[in-house]
Design a protein around this ligand. Structure first.
Ligand code: FAE
Length: 550
């Protein structure tokens, strides 16, 4: 089932979407290659991939992986993508691929018996989370001692569950975080390329001003302005033309039906409809789902072997595969890629990996907070789930904060203004591997999170003071007005220029590359997927030009 139409569909996209639909219809865990697409590929590879060996292997199917798979496929290199989650393209008995935030079921979370939504309570009551049957659901919450991390699972990674905000970082801060990257090339070429490929668009300002669905944003804008703060529109990959048709009753509702963190059935351009569809359309890319990579090792001839467990929808390991590859691209996300490299280093499988693996991890300064409005400042029972506006106080050197005005689509008036603040937190944690339990830990303390929480509070104290409003204490558990102990934006662990060279080549393992959010050193000042995509484009271009010409 095609969830939404991508604009400017190329023949390659259509071929790839066909492969996705075929796999979904037949219930296959292997997607592609499409025979027609192979024939249409301009530069067919001279090296066919043997069953247990592939020229290029990509782990994960999020932003970094999807970019890498497309560019490898276009270059005619047979590429196998291994993704631990499932393909999200088959409707359940209710006719929908994904469940909504208001009625979560087994599809919502990765092997849980109860959902673990970011907002745990309402009026201090445990009414948000629901009991569910364990299943490879689309959202995971990875819990460490003092921080938990939300990630997407499935073909498309985080693009399946995220809020779609596609934000370009401030150039000065980008250069501060990634000083060895040529910012000119990024801002002139790779950010625009990523925007175009991901289908980034913006809400029509006139519609925004008039629609009931964004009343919550306008109220927060008014309160920010009263405190002398500037707001900006934030671009998104959700198709706003589709959203306007939803509002007009001409299209099936998705963003206007409470769908977001457990997936969108329509309107959102996930990677399975953009980069991954185009990658499959090259005819050189295959995706194997429900394959969880557990180990990597080097062969004496300079190739690599990956060990992957095949799991079923009950979570049982139903087989194990050993797959050889000439080159290995890690795109399992900040946590996934770092864990694989740490385990390989500590187990002696890749002993020459840098001591920098695991370092430089950060939560992008994430903080959620909520304010209680006056009775006359209604936020509306109807709220679109895609945020389109942020309070931009990043240039305030005393307390830089970029705070998105987040929806809380409960279907009734609740007078709550909700925010996801991104703060400039210089604290970094370290990921470490413990062989006895075969687990990865995050060395991160509540004090390190407090730096983010305090910065967010400074901004919202100011807004509350000017508007004579207060925080909500009933939403995050423990009577807290801010939640700084979870993140949607895990970054770092294999930082560019430290654990890798300046293009993601892993130090101490020639032919192994990191492609994802693990490259970004803990903070980027805005929501990160556009940066991860643009950086992956830059890196794979260089790798194809240099490493494949040798
Ligand atoms: P990611 O997209 O996480 O993909 C990694 C993939 O690897 C996943 O599909 C995993 O299942 C898979 N994987 C992991 N380990 C293994 C393994 N061992 N074997 C096989 N497969 C594996 O990586 N960012 C924005 O810019 N804007 C937003 O509006 C936004 N909202 C968000 C809302 C939510 C609820 C969440 C969770 C995140 C949000 N993010 C947002 C963050 C964004 O989705 C995230 O930065 C990117 O998805 C990270 O991209 P990566 O390529 O690093």
């Amino acid at each position: 089932m095609l969830r939404t139409m991508t604009p400017h569909l190329t023949r390659r996209h259509l071929l790839g979407l066909g492969a996705l639909q075929t796999a979904a219809a037949l219930g296959l865990t292997r997607i592609g290659p499409v025979p027609e697409a192979r024939a249409a590929t301009a530069a067919p590879s001279s090296r066919a991939a043997a069953a247990d060996h592939t020229p290029a292997l990509v782990i994960g199917s999020g932003y970094g992986s999807a970019v890498t798979a497309l560019r490898l496929g276009e270059a005619g290199i047979p590429t196998l993508v291994l993704e631990m989650g499932r393909l999200w393209d088959t409707p359940g008995p209710d006719g929908k691929v994904f469940c909504s935030t208001r009625a979560p079921d087994h599809r919502s979370m990765w092997f849980r018996t109860r959902t673990e939504a970011p907002l745990a309570q309402f009026l201090w009551l445990d009414v948000v989370n629901k009991d569910i049957t364990p299943y490879p659901g689309v959202l995971d919450r990875v819990r460490f001692d003092a921080m938990s991390v939300y990630v997407g699972r499935g073909v498309g990674g985080g693009s399946l569950v995220n809020g779609g905000m596609a934000v370009t970082p401030q150039r000065a801060y980008f250069s501060e975080m990634l000083p060895t990257v040529d910012a000119g090339a990024m801002y002139d070429r790779y950010f625009p390329l990523a925007q175009q490929m991901l289908g980034v668009n913006s809400v029509d300002p006139a519609w925004f001003e008039s629609t009931e669905w964004y009343r919550f944003s306008r109220i927060s804008r008014k309160h920010a302005a009263k405190a002398g703060l500037k707001t900006v529109f934030v671009p998104n990959v959700y198709d706003f033309g589709y959203m306007q048709r939803e509002a007009a009753g001409q299209a099936v509702r998705s963003a206007l039906a409470g769908e977001v963190i457990y997936g969108n059935n329509h309107g959102k351009r996930g990677l399975d409809q953009t980069y991954l569809a185009a990658a499959l359309g090259t005819g050189n890319v295959t995706v194997d789902t429900l394959h969880r990579v557990r180990a990597l090792r080097a062969q004496p001839d300079g190739t690599y072997v990956v060990t992957a467990d095949r799991i079923d929808t009950a979570g049982r390991v139903v087989g194990t595969r050993e797959i050889g590859c000439d080159r290995l691209f890690l795109g399992a996300g900040s946590l996934g890629s770092t864990e694989l490299l740490l385990r390989a280093r500590e187990s002696g499988a890749l002993p020459d990996l840098s001591e920098q693996i695991g370092k430089g991890w950060g939560a992008n300064g994430n903080v959620m907070t909520a304010r209680a409005n006056h009775l006359w400042d209604t936020v509306g029972a109807h709220q679109a789930t895609m945020p389109v506006m942020g309070i931009d106080d990043w240039s305030n050197t005393a307390n830089p904060v970029f705070a998105e005005i987040a929806p809380l689509p409960m279907g009734f008036e609740h007078w709550i203004s909700l925010y996801l603040a991104i703060t400039r937190n210089p604290e970094r944690g370290t990921l470490t591997y413990h062989a006895g339990t075969d687990t990865m830990r995050l060395d991160w303390t509540p004090e390190q999170s407090k730096v983010s929480g305090d910065a967010a509070r400074k901004l919202f104290d100011r807004i509350n003071l000017r508007n004579a409003t207060i925080y909500r204490y009933d939403l995050f558990g423990g009577n807290r007005p801010v939640a700084d102990d979870f993140t949607y934006h895990p970054l770092g662990g294999c930082v560019l220029g430290r654990a890798t060279d300046d293009y993601g080549r892993v130090r101490g393992a020639p032919g192994v590359y990191v492609t994802d959010g693990a490259l970004v050193p803990g903070s980027i000042g805005v929501n990160p997927f556009l940066t991860i995509t643009a950086l992956a484009e830059r890196n794979i271009e260089r790798v194809l030009a240099e490493d494949y010409r040798r």
